[in-house]
Ligand binder design. Structure first.
Ligand code: SAM
Ligand code: SF4
Length: 471
């Protein structure tokens, strides 16, 4: 498999550069009627074709943008309801042999302080995270021979076996370098959630320029990174592009073609799509002035168009973004956010004056988990730490939650409420608790009596001390 993939030439990848450029050219200045037809198709929860996505990307007139944004809001409410999944990033090590021009960890950045968490430091980080109530992590690694599949697997094992009273991490996702099929198998063994790889830019000439050396300089090896994960049996994968490196319209098309490729080859698309924007990073000039900056207004359109184009894929918006951008993103279709995040190596547990020098970039939202949860509840979102599907072996078929009628209502919403209740009992501030209990009460009142009764019984089990109660 690996050698076969290596033989694929970069120009033969599944990102058809010329076709994308033609589609973006051909669909310029679309008529309102055309945009309306496509938006209505999306509202029927149908997948859009690349050409239809290109039309939405070119719908620049204010009334067309309004139409798209409002449709994304509606679709988000209809499909996902009001749950928002919460997680935290945990940086394990920042040694890196690559030279990504936008990243503070790039090998040529000698000003950065290199570090890998020791076992004791990992425990201290887990103590800090579980003491705040976190249950879901994404572990992040630079690319270095030290971070072998065995090392990654061992780190994940240690995380799962860690206990802090009733606090524990129940799902570990991974953002690390692309692996060989054999490497992925070793990582899969320990039970990971999603394996994430961002292509950064789908535009080959830009990719080449920004990744001048190291294994990451191969566009194709990275592009097929998640194919190899799926061949190895990891069926929850996350794709992403780093916005600001090239034209945002091209990048959205790249994400769509990547999704299409995975669906066609494996019968299941990515579990999540991420669309980080380049943030300032320590001693990293390119990150201060990205070559194709994406304004907040354009970014809003990116989220809405992805939501409409792939209605059943989870969308992640990280704390790279400022609170006001995150608020807007949640309305437009984002389903997962991190909160209370700290991205220095060791920075959850240590007050380190060198922390900026150990961080990859600078965060836009530095609010605590409790503050974010309070705001989510005030705005009627149910904060969720749910890991039920993954732990019941229901992976890879995340669209099942949408494909099976009533699945969200019967499983996802009640499980979100149960994990939220657990948070309120064990970790919340008094104020958050009050607002949260009110939210749960309102949710229960909206349920049919049968379902309400089942859930009330489960909530009593939590109140009397049981934990990890789920459907
Ligand atoms: N080293 C692995 C890799 O590059 O795939 C995984 C970890 S890397 C630290 C995670 C992601 O951070 C990258 O894929 C990139 O998209 C993102 N990133 C790097 N520099 C960034 C910056 N200045 N602003 C925002 N995101 C950045
Ligand atoms: Fe290394 Fe990843 Fe940063 Fe590139 S993005 S320099 S591979 S840590």
């Amino acid at each position: 498999m690996f050698t076969l993939l290596k033989k694929i030439k970069e120009e033969e990848s599944f990102i058809p550069h010329q076709k994308i450029e033609e589609l973006l050219e051909k669909t310029r200045n679309p008529e309102n009627k055309k945009v309306e037809i496509i938006v209505n198709k999306a509202l029927q929860k149908e997948r859009l074709s690349p050409e239809e996505t290109a039309v939405l990307l070119n719908a620049d007139k204010p009334e067309q943008v309004d139409l798209i944004v409002n449709a994304a809001r509606r679709l988000k409410e209809e499909i996902y309801g009001n749950r928002i999944v919460l997680f935290a990033p945990l940086y394990i090590g920042n040694w890196c042999v690559n030279n990504c021009q936008y990243c503070g960890f790039r090998t040529e950045n000698t000003a950065v302080v290199r570090k890998t968490l020791s076992d004791e430091e990992l425990e201290a980080e887990l103590y800090a995270l579980t003491s705040k109530g976190h249950k879901r992590l994404i572990v992040v690694f630079g690319e270095h021979p030290m971070y072998s599949p065995k090392f990654i697997a061992r780190t994940i094992e240690r995380i799962y076996s860690y206990k802090n009273g009733t606090g524990q991490i129940r799902r570990v996702n991974v953002n690390a370098a692309p692996q060989t099929v054999e490497g992925y198998k070793i990582i899969k063994e320990v039970g990971i959630g999603t394996f994430q790889i961002f292509q950064e830019t789908y535009h080959l000439p830009t990719y080449k320029k920004l990744h001048p050396s190291g294994p990451k300089s191969s566009y194709v090896y990275r592009l097929f990174g998640l194919d190899r994960a799926m061949v190895a049996g990891i069926d929850d994968v996350g794709i992403g592009a780093l916005f600001g490196l090239y034209d945002w319209k091209f990048e959205v098309m790249g994400l769509m073609y990547h999704t299409k490729h995975l669906e066609e080859r494996f019968g299941v698309g990515p579990h999540t799509i991420s669309f980080p924007r380049v943030e300032p990073a320590f001693n990293t000039p390119l990150a201060e002035t990205p070559p194709h900056p994406v304004s907040d207004e354009a970014f809003k359109r990116v989220i809405a168009i992805i939501r409409l184009s792939v209605p059943y894929t989870g969308l992640i918006l990280t704390a790279r973004e400022r609170p006001e951008v995150r608020r807007e993103g949640l309305k437009l279709g984002v389903s997962q956010i991190d909160a209370g995040s700290s991205i220095g190596v060791g920075s959850y547990s240590q007050q380190d004056p060198e922390i900026v020098k150990k961080s990859q970039f600078i965060l836009g939202d530095t609010r605590s988990l409790d503050e974010v949860i309070k705001e989510l509840s005030q705005n009627g979102h149910i904060p969720s730490f749910c890991t039920a599907c993954y732990r019941a072996g229901r992976t890879g078929q995340h669209f099942m939650e949408f494909a099976i009628p009533g699945f969200v209502r019967e499983f996802c919403t009640p499980n979100a409420i149960l994990t939220f209740k657990e948070y309120l009992l064990d970790y919340a501030s008094e104020e958050t608790k009050k607002i949260g209990e009110e939210l749960i009460k309102n949710e229960l009142d909206r349920m049919p009596p049968e379902r309400k009764k089942i859930l009330e019984k489960l909530l009593v089990r939590l109140e009397t001390g049981e934990r990890d109660v789920r459907l």
